[in-house]
Design a protein around this ligand. Structure first.
Ligand SMILES: [Zn+2]
Length: 535
C-alpha cells in the first residue's frame, strides 16, 4: 500500500477553501455545490413554449415550438427544422441524429450535438450553450440565430425573451429612396415608394417643409440629402410612430411648393419653386411658405368653401356600437356629442349643420350618404367611441378616409393597421367611393386639425391621425373624417364620455377645429384663380 504524502495536505487546502466559501456565502447556499456538468445537461422534458416569429420582408408569421432545454438556464432552443423554416434553409445530416449542416443564403453552419462549437465558411463560433439532440432533431440555442446565422446572412434577428417573439430579416420600407431633379426655376424631390401612399405636405415655418406619409415606414439612410442641391439645403427622414416624417430644409429663395403623387403610386414628388425676381425684396419674409394653387394634380390643396357640415353620430337603434365597461352605449355618446356639435356650429353665420340621425334610430350606411349628398355637404364628420380588449388603452384618434386600390388592399390595410389594435369596426361602418381620392389632402388636413385640437383641449393621449381604407358610399363627395373620441373600454374614459360637461367640451373642441379648418381654406382660396365652390 502506497501512501501519497501530499494527500492530507491537499485535503486540508480543499477543506479550507470550502470553509472559506461557506463563510462567504449565506447559509444554505453552501449546499449548492457547483456542478461542472450542470451547464451542459439536457432537460429532455422541458415544456414546449410558443415562439411567435415574424418575417417582415414577406409579411408572414410562423409559430414555432421553443423549449428551455438547458437545465438551469433560460436559454430558449428551437429545433433545426424550425430554424430552417425561418431562413429558408436546407438541412443535410452528416451523421444520423448527431451532426448536420444548415445551409442558407449560400452559407454553411455545421452543428454537432453536445457541442458549443459552430463551424462553417463564416468561421468558428463558440456558443454559450450547446446544441442538443432531441426527438430525432438537433436543437439550437436562439443565440445561434441572433449571433451567428442572422449576421452571416445579413438578416437581423430580433429576439424578445420576455414576449417570446422573434423577428427575422429587415423591415421592408415603404419609402425607399430620394432623387433630386433640377428644373429651370424649380427643384423636384422624388421620393420612391414601394406602394401607393397617402401624404400631406406643410410648411410649419419659413425655410422648412414637412412631408408626412401616413402608415408608411421609411429607410432614413436612403431618404437623406446632406449637401445642398438646387433649391434644397438638406433632407432627412425619420419614423414617427406609424408614419414616415420627412423634413426638407429649403433655400430662402423658395416661396412655393406643391406635393403630388405619381399615378401608379411609385413616387411622391415635392416640387419647390423660386419666387419671382420682382417679388424678391420682400420686407422680412416670415411665416410659412405658400402652397401652390390647385391644378390638375389630384393631391394639390384646393380652396374649399365650407357651408354645410354633415355630423354623423355613429351607430344607432339596434346597433349599439361599443359597450362600455360600466354599460355605457357608444350610440348614445355619439348622439349626445353630435347634437351638441350641431348647437355649437349652428351658432355660426352662414354655416348649416345636418345630422344623419337625431334620435336613437338605425340609419343604414347608404341612407347616411344620401343625407350627406342631398344636403350638399362640404364636410363629413363621423363621431365614434373606441374600445379594446385591454382596459389600458386610452386616448383620441382621428381617421381620414382614403381609397384603397382594391378590396385586397383594403383588407390588407385592415389586417395590418387595425386588426392588431382591435379597430376596424367603425371603419367598416363608413364606406367610401374611389372619387374620394380628390379629397384625401383635405380630409387629412381636417383630421390633423381636429386631432391636434382634441389632444390640446383634453390633454388626452395622442394616438395619432390614421388613414383608413374605406369602402363606401357611392356619391358622398366631400372630405370626410371619423373621430374616435375616447375608449369606452377604459373605466375613467367611459365615465368622462357619458358626462355632459365632457361631451360639451368634445363638441366645442371639434367645432372650433372645423371652423379653424374652414377659415384657413377660405383664406387660401381667396388668392386662387380657381374659384371652384365659390358662391
Ligand atoms: Zn363606433
Amino acid at each position: 500500500m502506497t501512501i501519497n504524502a501530499n494527500g492530507p495536505r491537499r485535503l486540508l487546502i480543499v477543506l479550507a477553501g470550502l470553509l472559506a466559501a461557506a463563510a462567504a456565502w449565506p447559509a444554505g447556499a453552501a449546499a449548492q455545490t457547483p456542478d461542472p456538468d450542470a451547464y451542459t445537461r439536457l432537460d429532455a422534458n422541458a415544456p414546449a413554449l410558443a415562439v411567435q416569429a415574424t418575417l417582415p420582408a414577406t409579411r408572414s408569421a410562423l409559430q414555432l415550438e421553443g423549449r428551455r432545454l438547458l437545465a438551469g438556464s433560460l436559454e430558449v432552443y428551437l429545433s433545426t427544422s424550425g430554424a430552417a423554416a425561418l431562413f429558408g434553409a436546407r438541412r443535410d445530416w452528416l451523421e444520423e441524429g448527431h451532426r448536420l449542416v444548415l445551409r442558407a443564403g449560400g452559407r454553411d453552419f455545421r452543428l454537432t450535438a453536445g457541442s458549443r462549437l459552430v463551424t462553417g465558411d463564416a468561421g468558428e463560433t463558440l456558443l454559450r450553450a450547446p446544441v442538443f439532440a432531441r426527438g430525432g432533431d438537433l436543437w439550437v440555442p436562439l443565440e445561434l440565430l441572433t449571433r451567428v446565422v442572422g449576421p452571416a446572412l445579413r438578416q437581423p434577428v430580433r429576439w424578445d425573451p420576455s414576449r417570446l417573439t422573434l423577428g427575422v430579416g429587415r423591415e421592408r420600407a415603404d419609402v425607399t429612396g430620394l432623387r433630386v431633379e433640377q428644373l429651370a426655376s424649380a427643384t423636384a424631390l422624388h421620393f420612391a415608394c414601394a406602394t401607393a401612399l397617402t401624404y400631406r405636405a406643410e410648411s410649419p415655418e419659413q425655410g422648412r417643409l414637412l412631408l408626412k406619409i401616413y402608415g408608411a415606414t421609411v429607410d432614413p439612410e436612403q431618404v437623406a440629402l446632406d449637401a445642398p442641391q438646387g433649391l434644397v439645403a438638406a433632407v432627412s427622414a425619420e419614423q414617427a410612430g406609424n408614419d414616415a416624417l420627412i423634413t426638407v430644409r429649403v433655400d430662402p429663395l423658395v416661396t412655393r411648393y406643391r406635393a403630388y403623387a405619381a399615378e401608379d403610386g411609385s413616387e411622391i414628388v415635392l416640387l419647390l419653386e423660386e419666387g419671382q425676381l420682382g417679388a424678391l425684396p420682400e420686407p422680412t419674409p416670415r411665416g410659412a411658405l405658400t402652397p401652390l394653387p390647385a391644378d390638375a394634380s389630384p393631391a394639390a390643396p384646393r380652396p374649399i368653401t365650407v357651408r354645410t357640415v354633415i355630423i354623423d353620430a355613429g351607430h344607432g337603434g339596434d346597433e349599439t356600437g361599443r359597450i362600455g365597461a360600466g354599460g355605457a352605449l357608444e350610440k348614445d355618446v355619439n348622439l349626445a356629442v353630435a347634437r351638441e356639435l350641431k348647437r355649437v356650429l349652428g351658432r355660426q353665420d352662414g354655416l348649416e349643420v345636418v345630422l344623419t340621425r337625431d334620435d336613437d334610430s338605425a340609419v343604414p350606411l347608404a341612407r347616411r350618404a344620401e343625407i350627406a349628398n342631398q344636403a350638399s355637404g362640404d364636410l363629413f364628420v363621423s363621431l365614434h367611441c373606441n374600445g379594446w380588449f385591454s382596459e389600458r388603452a386610452t386616448g383620441v384618434e382621428t381617421y381620414f378616409l382614403s381609397p384603397a386600390k382594391t378590396d385586397r388592399d383594403a383588407s390588407v390595410a385592415r389586417e395590418e393597421n387595425w386588426a392588431a389594435e382591435g379597430e376596424g369596426e367603425d371603419i367598416e361602418f363608413i364606406l367610401w367611393d374611389l372619387v374620394q381620392n380628390r379629397f384625401i389632402t383635405d380630409s387629412s388636413d381636417l383630421a390633423e386639425t381636429v386631432q391636434a385640437a382634441l389632444c390640446r383641449a383634453l390633454g388626452a393621449e395622442n394616438r395619432g391621425v390614421k388613414q383608413a381604407g374605406f369602402r363606401v358610399l357611392v356619391g358622398a363627395y366631400m372630405p370626410a373624417i371619423l373621430v374616435e373620441m375616447g375608449f369606452l373600454s377604459n373605466g375613467d374614459e367611459e365615465a368622462r364620455l357619458v358626462d355632459p360637461d365632457h361631451q360639451r367640451l368634445l363638441a366645442r373642441t371639434i367645432g372650433e377645429a372645423i371652423l379653424e379648418y374652414r377659415d384657413r381654406h377660405a383664406g387660401a382660396g381667396r388668392d386662387d384663380a380657381d374659384g371652384e365652390g365659390r358662391p
